[in-house]
Design a binder for this molecule. Structure first.
Ligand SMILES: *Cc1c(COP(=O)(O)O)cnc(C)c1O
Length: 491
């Protein structure tokens, strides 16, 4: 077609028949609500048949298949094989559970489809509102700045990048890290999440600069060792600039002595960053507050809303006390983004200047809607419920003669294993590995695993608002039953 013909036959992605689309949309909503309503009746996980995997390797569609057919394909080949994290007996990795309004809110956000990088439109104000609510929730000052991000990994990266720039003592954006007169070092425990090392590597500091300090028997950073390492590093000509505290480690849910770390950072003029991916939210539970004391003193705090606030992926948040330092780290305004005093090109603040993404989705909407739907008190109760469930699971494990806890339960993470008497250590690891795969493959439950001091452990991280007491009873009963079965199988 030549340009004239093209213009005579202008097209759009809008439906030809809006009523058909409306009907399909209604069906999708019905199907999805039913899917959520009946989740308990399905297996937690099921293996994807080869036929389905093959079906998901088709060539690029050139001709239209139509919305109806595309949806059908989703229902047959995608929907039946989920990760499982919305199921009541899912406690793997650290994954949130989602909710009905959470799902619907994604549709609302995608319908408006704003770019929340900047300009003057409602989504910007919604995100600011949500950030203010997050600050209020975690007792951060309202003057702090922040940003909704994809998750804890990005929140850690942004927090640490601001720390690096603020503490460098020279214009690191211009000169680069190679202009530092020594190695810029950052301190955290060996139990720190891998996203932190990735961030440090990406920031050009080198993983050597991430000083991983040993932990005590409760998997908390060894404070004396930390102090000693900082002194030694200074003596060696390195440039310590940041300490990272964990509010809930991924392995065991351990909480570093945050108040002590905050005091140390104040004394040593170091940036204090807290990775509270899921654990920060335990601040909502009154009985946990004293354990998290010091978190409110952090210069930057990273946490997720898609973990222990049960919101749909992706939603994380970083809060930064020093707004100017935050802006200095990321503000860059090219000609095409210059802010005007009126019109769409105006606006209160360009969120793109608080992170590295320019185009940004409307993830603030689900947070706004869900906080309004339930109120924070409901989240507070659910978090307390998950902590109580973790204690109950730990209690069931301790009552069993063939199970044992592999780590203390500080929060909502329970690490345990099948360990009948007179079985060799080497064999135990393989037996427990088999138990895990059987629990998952049979669709019974989905904990995941970790290795603690060489011991393979089944690990349940409870950030699930659908779990009930009896689900943990099932986990324990099935682990013991499969344990006996696997013990016979593993030579
Ligand atoms: C999950 C997790 C992260 C990473 O967060 P994402 O949302 O997965 O990017 C960082 N730290 C801890 C302690 C975590 O549990």
């Amino acid at each position: 077609m030549n340009p004239e013909e093209i213009l005579r036959h202008e097209e759009t992605l809008d439906p030809e028949n809006w009523e058909e689309t409306r009907a399909l949309g209604h069906r999708m909503v019905d199907d999805m609500i039913t899917y959520l309503q009946t989740v308990r009746a399905r297996p937690v996980w099921r293996a994807i048949p080869q036929s389905v995997k093959t079906h998901l390797q088709q060539p690029l569609p050139l001709a239209p298949q139509g919305a109806e057919q595309a949806y059908q394909d989703f229902v047959e080949h995608v929907l039946p094989y989920p990760h499982g994290n919305i199921h009541p007996r899912y406690w793997g990795f650290v994954n949130g559970t989602g909710s009905a309004l959470g799902a619907l809110s994604e549709m609302l956000a995608a319908t408006m489809n704003p770019n929340v990088g900047g300009a003057d439109h409602s989504a910007i104000y919604v995100e600011q509102q949500v950030l203010d609510w997050c600050k209020a929730m975690l007792d951060f000052p309202q003057t702090a700045s922040g940003l909704l991000v994809s998750g804890g990994s990005m929140a850690n990266l942004l927090g640490l990048a601001v720390a690096r720039n603020a503490k460098a003592g020279f214009d690191i954006r211009k000169e680069g890290v190679t202009a530092a007169t020594g190695m810029m070092t950052i301190y955290c425990s060996t139990e720190t999440h891998s996203s932190v090392q990735k961030a440090v590597e990406l920031m050009g500091l080198g993983s050597k600069a991430l000083r991983k300090i040993a932990v005590d028997k409760n998997y908390r950073i060894d404070f004396a060792q930390l102090e000693k390492t900082i002194v030694e590093d200074r003596a060696a000509g390195h440039l310590p600039f940041c300490v990272l505290g964990n509010a809930g480690t991924v392995n065991t849910g351990a909480i570093d002595p945050l108040a002590q770390l905050a005091e140390l950072c104040g004394r040593e003029k170091l940036w204090f960053h807290v990775d509270g991916a899921f654990g920060a939210l335990a601040y909502l539970a009154p009985e946990m507050r004293r354990h998290l004391s010091g978190m409110e003193a952090a210069d930057s705090l990273a946490f997720d809303l898609h973990k222990w606030m049960y919101m749909p992926y992706e939603a994380g948040c970083v809060l930064i006390k020093d707004r100017a330092a935050h802006e200095n780290a990321f503000t860059l305004v090219p000609e095409y983004l210059v802010q005007h005093e009126r019109g769409l090109s105006g606006g209160p603040l360009w969120l793109a200047n608080y992170g590295i993404q320019l185009s940004r989705g409307f993830r603030a909407l689900k947070v706004w809607l869900l906080l309004k739907e339930h109120g924070v008190d409901k989240y507070r109760r659910l978090i307390q419920q998950n902590i109580a469930q973790a204690r109950y699971l730990a209690q069931l494990v301790e009552q069993s003669t063939v199970l044992e806890l592999v780590a203390p339960v500080a929060l909502n993470v329970v690490c345990f294993r099948f360990k009948p008497k007179n079985v060799a250590e080497e064999k135990l690891n393989e037996v427990n590995r088999q138990i895990l795969m059987e629990l998952q493959e049979r669709g019974i439950a989905s904990p995941t695993s970790t290795i603690l001091h060489g011991a393979y452990a089944l690990r349940a991280a409870i950030t699930n608002h659908r779990s009930r007491k009896e689900d943990f009873e099932t986990l324990v009963a099935e682990t013991m039953r499969l344990g006996a079965e696997m013990l016979r199988k593993v030579a």
